[in-house]
Ligand binder design. Structure first.
Ligand SMILES: [Zn+2]
Length: 657
């Protein structure tokens, strides 16, 4: 019996390994990558490899193993033209951004496009319909969907979960260790400080040749609960692209306490990249701690999920060494070290803060469950000793270099049904408040479906049960938007803090339609942080305009009254040509709400609609008649409609002889 069990175990492991060794690299050219598994994309993990095609398209793509084509899809966005190979062992290989498919699939796709009358189609094939053998050419590389020319390749297990292909036979030459650039210290909770502040601290690291490691530029004073992050990149021999490493580990006083390994990410959890990464000062750090709600299965921990407690048993007052190790799949490893000065008390930690030059007189910074009020001494010294009340209750002010800090703990100060808390700051003996700040105090509970109204209901946050990862109190402040190219401002705009908060299920934000405005022209936009606005939706219901959101940010209700611009490019206007199936190409641009779907664009030739292809990155739409044209004069029309319904129509003509 024991023998039989052992055999079964062997059988269940051995075939996978054997088959791994047989998997065919997708391209014939020598392997070079521009992205690895687990890199940060805007709202998701990168779930595969990007194979470089050095700026060119049209290279043959080879099947990884025997199997059959299960699915093929065409879209102007995302993966562009993508093909899914179901291998005989049950796993799936995905090849995206293709220029074209091999003939059996290309023909079926074309027939489906003709049947439906548009470009974007998806076909599923049953087993046996389109069989392929290992190494068969199943398509050609391209640049469809997002990005420059390259091949996006994914390997998924039988349950459709993307795996790191570099752990499964797909190897590239790599003798280069990751480069570490910065470490991050994230205090968590009202009692936690890094360099005397509740805000995260970024410390650059430098290569130290004598010890062959990266060393932090300075030490950091900590107290309370905190986590560590690292900003790094990895390169491989064939190209100098900056890519993700594979494994990151946190070592405290010589003991490894936490590690993450980018080996697999379920498709439904790709958005949890927001919990695995931390954006700070324009850099993206890999977290060596698990935030609440993080269910990614690639961490190993000593039980504290990476969180450290300075001032506790493990990390008593005094000096401690933090080490971060990072390695790629080939085992090339780098290390970075940082000295922590653990304070003996909160007050001592606060004393380590450095005065900030030109800091505002009064600053309020919101965290999940508390806010920090900071007062600056330049103003204090002129006006006298500060006094602060919150909801009429005096707050304790703690002295720090450069001024004072007051903690505003929502839990202690806020009544269940309250929506606001007034914080009043007085300098000197006067009884009138010199500065009054208003905190919004509504609590988001992860398990509840909640609608939280702000500004007399002009803005509402809608949370589903399962939207929020943890209890939090959003800080909503009015931020009247500025107009931008293509959009007019309304007076509705709000900044919602803390902006480190993301959601598991989508939340919604809605605005009341202002009096006299045409709802069809209104949309919800989010700030890109660079002075621009990004359209995120315009669902209209019960006199409100709403859109879904995956994170807090600065949102505004804007009005798009600018129609798209359309200009014909080919054939040249009023020209005589001899091409029987001429390419009709136009440039289409919309500022503001933009084009939401392919059918917002149309190309007609002599009144008959053609199947067009839209390239959102090139701002180009094009079509080709499917039958040769007879001699004569032709009129063609391009129609473009943005998401606010503004429409532009341009006609042009050419002759054929
Ligand atoms: Zn990719």
């Amino acid at each position: 019996m024991i023998v039989l069990l052992a055999l079964l175990v062997l059988l269940s492991i051995a075939p996978a390994n054997a088959q791994d060794q047989d998997l065919r690299w997708p391209l014939a050219m020598s392997p070079a990558l521009s992205s690895t598994f687990g890199e940060t994309r805007a709202t998701a993990f990168h779930a595969g490899l990007d194979l470089k095609t050095w700026g060119k398209t049209g290279y043959a793509v080879h099947a990884a193993a025997d199997g059959w084509i299960e699915r093929a899809r065409m879209s102007p966005w995302g993966f562009g033209r993508v093909i899914y190979l179901r291998m005989n062992d049950g796993r799936i290989a995905v090849y995206a951004h293709l220029d074209s498919f091999f003939t059996p699939v290309q023909q079926k796709i074309r027939a489906e496009q003709q049947r439906l009358g548009h470009y974007s189609v998806q076909l599923w094939f049953e087993k046996g319909k389109v069989p392929v053998q290992r190494s068969d050419v199943i398509g050609f590389t391209g640049e469809t969907g997002g990005g420059p020319p390259h091949l996006h390749f994914e390997l998924r297990d039988a349950a459709n979960v993307p795996m790191n292909p570099l752990l499964h036979a797909f190897k590239v030459a790599d003798t280069e260790a990751p480069t570490m650039r910065r470490l991050l210290i994230v205090p968590r909770g009202a009692g936690s400080l890094a360099d005397g502040d509740h805000a995260p601290v970024v410390v650059p690291v430098r290569w130290h040749a004598a010890t062959q490691r990266f060393v932090a530029a300075r030490s950091v004073t900590v107290f309370g609960r905190f986590g560590i992050g690292v900003e790094l990149f990895d390169t491989a021999n064939a190209a100098d692209n900056k890519m993700a490493a594979y494994r990151q580990a946190l070592i405290v006083d010589g003991r490894e306490v936490f590690s993450s390994r980018l080996h697999r990410v379920p498709l439904g959890d790709k958005h949890q990249v927001a919990l695995d990464r931390w954006r700070q000062d324009g850099f993206i750090f890999a977290n060596l701690f698990q935030r609440p709600g993080n269910r990614l299965a690639f961490y190993e921990s000593d039980g504290n999920a990476g969180w450290l407690f300075a001032g506790g048993q493990d990390l008593g007052p005094g000096e401690h060494e933090i080490e971060v190790a990072a390695s790629d799949v080939s085992g090339n490893e780098s290390r970075a070290t940082l000295t922590l000065q653990v304070a003996s008390s909160y007050a001592q930690a606060l004393a380590s803060s450095a005065p900030v030059e030109n800091a505002p007189a009064v600053e309020l910074v919101a965290y999940e469950r508390f806010a920090v009020l900071k007062l600056n001494s330049t103003v204090e010294s002129q006006l006298g000793e500060p006094r602060v009340t919150a909801g009429g209750v005096p707050l304790t002010l703690q002295a720090r270099p450069g001024g004072h800090t007051a903690l505003i703990s929502y839990a202690n100060l806020i009544a269940e049904d309250s929506q606001h808390l007034q914080v009043e700051v007085r300098f000197g003996a006067g009884s009138d408040a010199d500065t009054t700040l208003t905190l919004t105090t509504q609590l988001v509970r992860p398990g509840l479906s909640q609608d939280l109204a702000y500004d007399q209901g002009r803005m509402v946050l809608h949370f589903d049960a399962g939207s929020a990862y943890e209890q939090l109190v959003p800080q909503v402040s009015s931020a009247p938007p500025e107009a931008a190219p293509g959009v007019r401002a309304t007076d509705l705009g709000y900044t919602i803090e803390p902006q480190t908060i993301s959601f598991d299920k989508w939340a919604r934000i809605s605005f009341a339609v202002p009096e006299g405005k045409d709802p069809s022209k209104l949309g919800v936009y989010v700030s890109d942080g660079l002075g621009g606005w990004v359209f995120i939706g315009n669902q209209f219901e019960e006199q409100r305009i709403s859109a879904r959101a995956r994170a807090f940010g600065t949102f505004a209700l804007l009005e798009d009254v600018a129609p798209p611009t359309v200009s014909t490019l080919l054939p040249r206007s009023k020209m005589w040509i001899d091409e029987r199936r001429p390419l009709l190409r136009a440039r289409v641009v919309d500022r503001g709400s933009g084009f939401g779907k392919e059918l917002d664009l149309e190309i007609e030739l002599n009144g008959r609609k053609l199947i067009h292809i839209y390239d959102p990155e090139a701002d180009v739409v094009e079509a080709r008649p499917d039958h040769p044209l007879a001699d004569g004069e032709y009129v063609w029309t391009v129609r473009a409609r943005d998401q606010a319904g503004n429409t532009t129509e341009v006609s042009d003509g050419f002759g054929l002889r």
